[in-house]
Design a protein around this ligand. Structure first.
Ligand code: NAP
Length: 287
């Protein structure tokens, strides 16, 4: 029987670590602040933003929400970002995606100062991940690496297969596994013989966005299976993995909900703390 990788428990330990560091910083007169921008009324985005705010409050991070109307112009949004970039009380800035269609996502993400880019979407931070010299990693892949480390799952030398090549999950995930000496294959919608590739994986990461996409016949006996998917079907949340069928074959597997999801917010808190430490000239773990 496979081991269930408990994202709730691991994220709680990450958040506790962050809470203690935030408190130690405060004792030195350094506060940690996150600005969260949301444009429009997307209900899912509103829930994500509320959860981020709640996590900040629990950890002693000052969060400020900028809820802008859907008709906000690009100029107005860029002007807010410029103001936040120059505000020394703001250590991290995130702009909740997706943005309304009339706003150019690339322009907005590029406008956030790289040292405050706690989502790690700015091209400079993306490039730094490529060369393995980074402060921030997108929160979901960062959370997955944290889970693997917590579970003492060795990546070195392992065959890793990532299904999905998005800039937010698939690509940075593959780069992190590569930096940890995995032998990495990235699959996508044009991949031929997908099953033959996924069956070679010691570590299989599914970031597809299709409920129960990964079936038991796609998984090697004893594989570690990480399910990133969050798919709502008839109001119920499903991962990208057919959990009931795959779990008996896997050596370890993440559930949905309660797996990768909780890790994402925990790593956002971690990135915000890192930003504050860098801006205060405090390096590494030294406090
Ligand atoms: P995305 O941008 O839509 O990317 C999906 C990827 O899956 C694409 O690269 C696509 O290939 C690939 N794909 C689609 N159909 C496929 C098929 N039949 N065979 C192989 N590959 C296929 O999605 P995303 O932002 O990476 O998110 C993926 C999933 O993770 C979603 O369910 C999302 O909700 C979830 N998610 C969860 C968290 C969390 O915190 N748990 C965070 C972010 C995302 P092409 O590139 O060829 O189109």
């Amino acid at each position: 029987m496979s081991k269930l990788i408990d994202g709730k428990q691991i994220s709680a330990s990450v958040k506790e670590r962050v809470r203690q560091e935030v408190s130690a910083l405060r004792a030195r007169g350094v506060s940690v602040g996150l600005a969260v921008i949301i444009v429009g009324e997307d209900p899912a985005s509103k829930i994500y933003v509320a959860n981020k705010k709640k996590a900040c409050e629990a950890l002693g991070i000052l969060s400020t929400e900028y809820a802008l109307p859907a008709e906000t112009t690009e100029e107005e949004l860029l002007s807010l970002i410029d103001r936040l970039n120059r505000d020394s009380g703001v250590n991290g800035i995130l702009c909740q995606l997706p943005l309304p269609r009339h706003l150019n996502e690339k322009n907005i993400l590029r406008a956030i100062a790289p040292e405050k880019d706690v989502d790690a979407f700015h091209p400079q931070n993306v490039g730094r991940i490529m060369i393995g010299d980074y402060d921030f990693v997108p929160c979901t892949p960062a959370g997955i690496m944290e889970m693997l480390a917590h579970e003492q799952i060795e990546v070195t030398g392992k065959r890793c297969v990532v299904i999905g090549r998005s800039n937010i999950v698939g690509k940075p995930m593959a780069m992190l596994l590569l930096h940890h000496n995995g032998t990495v294959t990235i699959c996508h919608s044009k991949t031929e013989n997908l099953r033959e590739i996924t069956k070679t994986a010691d570590i299989l990461v599914a970031a597809v966005g299709r409920a129960k996409f990964v079936t038991a016949d796609m998984v090697k006996e004893g594989a570690v299976v990480i399910d990133v998917g969050m798919n709502r079907v008839d109001g119920k949340l499903f991962g990208d993995v057919d959990f009931d069928a795959v779990a008996p074959k896997a050596s370890a597997i993440t559930p949905v909900p309660g797996g990768v999801g909780p890790m994402t917010i925990a790593m956002l808190m971690q990135n915000t703390l890192t930003a504050a430490k860098r801006q205060a000239g405090i390096s590494g773990d030294s406090l």
